[in-house]
Design a protein around this ligand. Structure first.
Ligand SMILES: Nc1ncnc2c1ncn2[C@@H]1O[C@H](COP(=O)(O)OP(=O)(O)OP(=O)(O)O)[C@@H](O)[C@H]1O
Ligand SMILES: [Mg+2]
Length: 822
């Protein structure tokens, strides 16, 4: 089909406003143009969401991932794709209220909707195979932060130190801190101005303190740090003068009640908010992750959207530069998140995205009913405008002003009067496409969406549609089993005496007592009463090492850090050790604590030296560095790059190469076509002269036939809409031999053009196949360390914090130790 062009998105067909009818000129949008972002503006019902779903579908077909924020719940419809389009497919998903309004029963309505979709798709030249392709090329998942209806999202690690460096990007990181802090304060109902509010200043300083040291923060640590800040002064004031202890306690209690509330549990379980997990699955299949936030309160939405934008920025900054589209970020209704005057926490990160994302191939698409909802600075950073029907004068004015600014920057003049008149007359699904990459605006109607656009889905419907994938959630969940505990440990009130030759460290406290209680509560249905938890340190051994993997032949130079912990029951045997995520160790306990006794062998420096040796041996045999290698593209994966991330990278590199190759081939063919076109024109002139007596209508047909044939082959960049009007040419019936000869010439040229087209198609197909091969062939390379590559940083006695909790369950007194260091 003509619209299956590599790297081009089929959005619809041009619409003729004069005759008020659809033409057959396809509107093919170069996906690269999306890297300068797009806004979609139009009144309710104008078809914005439909258009953006078209965009997303095209992206999915081209293996481009998307992060989607769905405030209304309309984008969940991306999961409603049915290649067979039967009424059975539809009956489960039609809106029963809608059926009711139409006076039909569900079966009847489903049959009608199925028919409508079948016809709609057929009218726009789309068939079963295209829907299949859409479903095969990407995985669509609905995430529901704070709820278990779809896949839950965990924000547990969202306060981890950013992966971008503090030295290079402190300004950006401070912006992120500001957003997160406003978000957190919003959650507990504190409306804080970043400059004047002491809450904001304190929290920001805590974040900055830890992050600038590259240390992770989490909610519990944040709460503890509010009570006992890690610094003594803020500005010139003593901390207690600036923000008295009692008030700080109040603030920390508010945060604590928030996280101790049962509903907050849903925010801490599920897939960690880490972008790489949302753009491809474990097998490297491209993902469209839909973040459904319709069920959240305003402040929860703001908090989540801000966190998500921040994560996107941090992820994006680690990607290589590119000219091709890498990932789409789409927000369906931007109202309230990007306003012109006020500064909600979401605004800064979004502005940063619009300014910086282009270099990394990340395209942002925003939709809104009113142009007044959009910040002016954001608009000037947007290269494509999809303008649908607008009614009020105020909206139109605002839009035209905005258009002025982008036209001025792109040196294109726009006929404002014309557009002004047009905007009020646009019909449903009809948009003006104005792009800084094109010379003139195009008016078009959006193509029929493959997804069944039934409108917002309810939480229950989301649960139903995501049920099949529930198994996957379980396996990727972050909840961890507690290590088994030795109940025979003797507990003492003060730290045991340790040989001075043995180094001791304390693992930092991560979990608050409330969270620990919550963990136990979650196991039972009935009411349980708890005693105040007490902090206990049990002993263990911690080994920390860095392994310097090196391989000159493939330019590999990677450091791998390993932190292994041995619990007291498993002393001396590293085989039983566990890997832990700790960045910093402390030199003293955090607060009042009791201690378990330590086994005798651990208090002996000789034994400790043995442990050091066996640690090194253990690492030598049990460490390796797994790399992936693409033999065709000759690229190795980076450290910490999962297979899925690597496949995604190959995908991008292959896409860049493809875009370049297609450009080159099209340019080459464009030249040939140009030559043929000249020849054709000449022959046509000859023919016309000879046909001077023939009717003018015939001549016109002749001309336009030549033009449309050429139009179709031309490059994506030179002509944005390819005409499919073909073969209107009518054979001259004149018998004169001269005319005959000219006619033959023309036929010959047309044949040449046709074969050239076939050649072009063949070449493009070869490129496509090559790309598939480039992505699919991946080898695993395992690199073993040399003994000398292993650098032991320490092997120390470790004090492991736990909450000892006594509780009463159904009349039985019970005790549990809950790990407090993760
Ligand atoms: N591309 C399309 N294919 C098929 N139907 C469409 C398409 N676009 C829009 N529609 C139909 O038109 C209705 C309204 O369109 P849409 O939801 O896109 O409007 P909107 O501009 O997003 O409105 P709102 O601002 O209220 O969200 C849809 O529910 C759907 O039935
Ligand atoms: Mg909409």
């Amino acid at each position: 089909m003509d619209f299956e062009k590599l790297g081009s998105f089929y959005l619809g067909k041009e619409f003729d406003m004069k005759t008020n009818s659809l033409t057959d000129k396809l509107v093919m949008y170069d996906s690269r143009d999306l890297t300068t972002h797009a806004v979609c503006i139009g009144m309710t019902g104008s078809g914005k969401t439909g258009l953006c779903i078209d965009l997303l579908e095209e992206a999915a077909i081209d293996n481009i991932p998307a992060i989607i924020i769905d405030p209304k719940g309309d984008i969940t419809n991306l999961l409603l794709t049915f290649p067979e389009l039967t009424k059975e497919n539809f009956s489960q998903w039609v809106d029963p209220d809608e059926a009711n309004r139409k006076g039909m029963d569900i079966e009847e309505y489903a049959a009608q909707q199925a028919e409508m979709w079948k016809k709609g798709l057929a009218d726009w030249g789309q068939d079963e195979n295209r829907i299949k392709m859409l479903r095969e090329n990407a995985e669509f998942i609905i995430y529901t932060p704070g709820s278990e209806a779809g896949f839950p999202v965990s924000i547990l690690h969202s306060f981890d130190a950013p992966t971008i460096s503090w030295e290079d990007d402190s300004e950006l990181i401070r912006e992120q801190i500001q957003g997160i802090v406003s978000g957190i304060l919003g959650l507990i109902g504190v409306e804080a101005d970043p400059i004047n509010s002491r809450e904001h200043i304190l929290l920001s300083n805590i974040f900055e303190y830890f992050w600038s040291k590259n240390q992770n923060l989490d909610i519990a640590k944040l709460i503890l740090s509010i009570q006992n800040p890690p610094f003594r002064t803020l500005g010139v004031f003593e901390i207690d003068t600036f923000f008295p202890k009692k008030d700080r306690m109040n603030l920390s209690m508010k945060l604590n009640s928030l996280i101790a509330s049962p509903s907050f549990k849903n925010w801490l379980e599920g897939q960690p908010l880490d972008i790489s997990g949302f753009i491809s699955n474990k097998d490297g299949k491209v993902k469209h992750s839909i973040f459904y936030i319709a069920h959240l309160s305003d402040s929860e939405r703001m908090f989540f959207v801000t966190l998500l934008f921040n994560q996107i920025i941090s992820w994006m900054r680690k990607q290589s530069g590119t000219n091709s589209l890498r990932t789409l970020v789409y927000m369906d209704e931007i109202f309230g998140y990007f306003p012109p005057v006020s500064n909600p926490p979401s605004k800064k990160p979004l502005l940063t995205l619009l300014k910086q994302a282009r270099a990394f191939g990340v395209g942002v698409v925003l939709a809104t009913q009113n142009p007044v909802d959009l910040d002016y600075k954001g608009l000037t950073n947007t290269g494509t405008w999809f303008i649908g029907r607008l009614q009020t004068e105020r909206d139109k004015m605002r839009l035209l002003e905005g258009l002025d600014t982008i036209s001025a920057s792109s040196n294109e003049s726009l006929n404002k009067d014309q557009i002004d008149k047009l905007i009020s007359n646009l019909g449903k699904r009809v948009f003006i496409l104005h792009s800084v990459h094109a010379k003139t605006p195009v008016i078009f109607q959006t193509r029929w969406a493959m997804s069944y656009l039934r409108g917002p889905m309810t939480k229950n419907e989301i649960k139903l549609i995501m049920k099949d994938k529930a198994q996957e959630i379980k396996s990727s969940s972050t909840t961890k089993q507690l290590p088994t505990e030795l109940s025979s440990d003797k507990i003492t009130g003060s730290p045991p005496t340790i040989s001075s030759e043995i180094q001791q460290v304390f693992l930092p406290l991560v979990k608050t007592p409330h969270l620990a209680i919550q963990e136990i509560k979650n196991k039972y249905q009935n009411e349980i009463s708890f005693e105040e938890p007490s902090l206990i340190y049990t002993s263990g051994v911690i080994g920390k090492a860095i392994i310097h993997f090196q391989d000159k032949s493939i330019e590999l130079k990677e450091d791998q850090e390993r932190n292994l912990i041995l619990y007291s029951s498993e002393f001396m045997n590293w085989e039983k050790s566990e890997e832990i995520r700790v960045q910093n160790f402390l030199s003293s306990p955090e607060g009042k604590a009791k201690f378990s006794e330590i086994p005798q062998n651990i208090n002996d420096p000789k034994d400790f030296n043995e442990l050091k040796k066996s640690f090194s041996d253990y690492l030598f045999y049990n460490s390796n560095f797994k790399l992936y290698y693409s033999p065709i593209l000759k690229i190795y994966s980076k450290s910490n790059e999962s297979k899925a991330e690597f496949i995604l990278k190959l995908n991008q590199i292959a896409r860049e190469r493809r875009d370049e190759e297609v450009d080159k081939i099209e340019q080459k063919y464009a030249k040939e076509f140009e030559k043929l076109k000249l020849k054709l024109n000449k022959s046509q002139e000859v023919l016309m002269k000879k046909q001077a007596s023939a009717s003018s209508l015939k001549q016109e047909a002749l001309l336009s036939a030549g033009e449309s044939v050429v139009g179709m082959f031309m490059g994506r960049r030179s002509t944005r809409s390819a005409s499919t009007a073909m073969n209107k040419y009518q054979k001259s019936k004149t018998i004169s031999t001269d005319i005959d000869r000219a006619q033959k010439d023309i036929d010959l040229i047309k044949k040449e053009m046709e074969s050239l087209e076939n050649e072009l198609k063949l070449q493009v197909e070869t490129i496509k196949q090559k790309r598939e091969k480039e992505i699919n062939e991946i080898k695993e390379v395992i690199i073993q360390p040399k003994k000398s590559d292993i650098e032991i940083k320490m092997v120390s006695l470790a004090w492991i914090p736990k909450w000892q909790i006594y509780y009463n369950e159904n009349g039985n007194k019970k005790m549990e130790m809950v790990a407090a260091y993760y």
